[in-house]
Design a protein. Structure first.
Length: 101
């Protein structure tokens, strides 16, 4: 693939971006968006890795896991409190700091 072919691909891509009314976009932006949308839809990280061509799913996980609906679910579930008695105070309640609340 010569320099002219590469320029032609860039020219065609940039023309399509302009026709779509997008201010700025690169092919890599589309790749990242695809990964994020798949993660948000709950697609397994291993499948996203394969789709994006990552040889190591850890790379995919470190980049896209935060968009997954299951990301940190167990941590959030652990915070389900059964009442105010479980709230840990950082200092002893005194009449002075009760006035400040």
């Amino acid at each position: 693939m010569g320099r002219a072919s590469c320029r032609s691909i860039k020219t065609g891509f940039n023309a399509a971006v302009k026709r779509a009314g997008i201010d700025h976009c690169t092919p890599h932006d589309l790749r990242r968006t695809a990964g994020r949308l798949m993660a948000e839809a709950g697609v397994a990280m291993e499948e996203i890795a394969q789709y994006l061509g990552h040889t190591n799913p850890a790379i995919t996980r470190s980049t896209y896991a935060r968009f997954s609906p299951e990301y940190l679910r167990s941590a959030a579930d652990a915070l389900e409190l059964s009442g105010p008695a479980l709230v840990q105070r950082t200092r002893k309640q005194t009449p002075e700091n009760q006035k400040l609340q």
